[in-house]
Design a protein. Structure first.
Lengths: 109, 233
């Protein structure tokens, strides 16, 4: 392992760990104020939606709404399965199967 | 001392996280392969997965290493990409209040999108459990480590798994976590606001800021909506 690379990786690790531990460390003493707790309750839903939407609607960095967008089609299938309360493995498996079929079939782009 | 007190809870955490690892595995593989192709040694590649344990930051560091970017540049980028952890960590605080500082420090290390979402969904639905949280984290960490090592070992022998559509594994994983959370009008609104704002911001703002911008907007919309409902009652 090169020393400089190892040092850079350790600094990345420190920076990342800071983002993970800063809130619990700072808020752990004072507790979370009520107004903030009201906001924070919605963080998981908001964060997941913010990670998913651009990956499905703009997979190549521009808006693609239509049957040419494989991510959107496969995402719709996965979302439907999840909505029907299927096991997460079924949700993901069916979405990925649709994705592979579209890719290998050479449909669209 | 970090020890599991309730093995049943730990197992439940592993069981609930394991299916989602289907979506993490291809990324670990791809990271292992890419890291080799930009010239990181196997030891450096695996060392990064074990210490940083954050997919997006690790991926983005690779072209930077290849281009000879410096320590400060690469670390700052990791910091910016992972800023969303501040929000995630803050939302876990009420549940982790009773834990000792070493446990908090330890469990925070394992916070990635998937383990966080599984842990907090369980906490909000049934109740928080330290050992369940640990089970989720351990599953995520071991999966990331094993898939990285496999990517390094297989290296040039297999083609990039993300090229055959497996990059869809990430949104698929998050969908499996998100949809069950949409149980009322408020959560649906939060989801829609986050979706619209994130797409608009992803198209307009460079980098990963769209996640934080969308998250803050949607969270505010949710609190505002609930405030309205509370006033109406």
């Amino acid at each position: 392992m090169r020393f400089e690379v190892a040092l850079t990786i350790l600094c990345m690790a420190a920076a990342t760990y800071f983002t993970r531990f800063a809130s619990p460390l700072l808020l752990g003493r004072t507790g979370v104020p009520r107004w903030m707790a009201r906001l924070l309750k919605h963080v998981p839903t908001a964060m997941l939606a913010a990670l998913i939407a651009p990956a499905l609607l703009a997979p190549q960095g521009y808006l693609q709404i239509g049957p040419g967008n494989h991510y959107l089609l496969a995402g719709a299938v996965a979302a439907f399965m999840a909505w029907r309360r299927q096991h997460p493995a079924v949700t993901m498996g069916s979405g990925m199967a649709v994705m592979l079929i579209l890719r290998m079939g050479g449909f669209g782009v | 001392m970090i020890m599991v007190a309730n093995v049943g809870e730990f197992r439940a955490g592993v069981r609930d996280t394991l299916p989602l690892m289907l979506g993490v595995f291809p990324f670990g593989l791809a990271y292992g392969i890419f890291a080799q192709s930009v010239g990181l040694t196997p030891a450096e590649t695996i060392f990064m997965s074990l210490t940083v344990f954050a997919g997006a930051a690790q991926f983005i560091s690779l072209p930077m290493f290849a281009a000879g970017a410096g320590l400060v540049m690469i670390s700052l980028t990791a910091l910016l990409i992972n800023l969303r952890h501040l929000l995630m960590g803050a939302s876990l605080v009420p549940y982790m209040e009773k834990l000792s500082l070493p446990w908090k420090a330890f469990l925070c290390f394992g916070m990635v999108d998937e383990t966080y979402a599984v842990t907090i969904s369980r906490a909000q639905a049934i109740g928080y459990s330290r050992d369940y949280h640990f089970g989720c984290n351990a599953t995520g960490y071991v999966t990331w480590a094993v898939s990285t090592v496999l990517g390094v070992v297989l290296g040039s022998h297999i083609s990039d798994p993300l090229a055959w559509g497996l990059d869809f594994a990430m949104p698929a994983t998050f969908l499996a976590l998100l949809i069950p959370r949409l149980t009322d009008r408020t959560s649906l609104t939060v989801c829609l606001v986050a979706a619209v704002v994130s797409v608009a911001a992803a198209l307009l703002i460079p980098g990963k800021w769209y996640i934080i911008v969308a998250c803050l907007t949607a969270v505010a919309a949710g609190a505002w909506l609930e405030g309205d409902e509370a006033d109406a009652v």
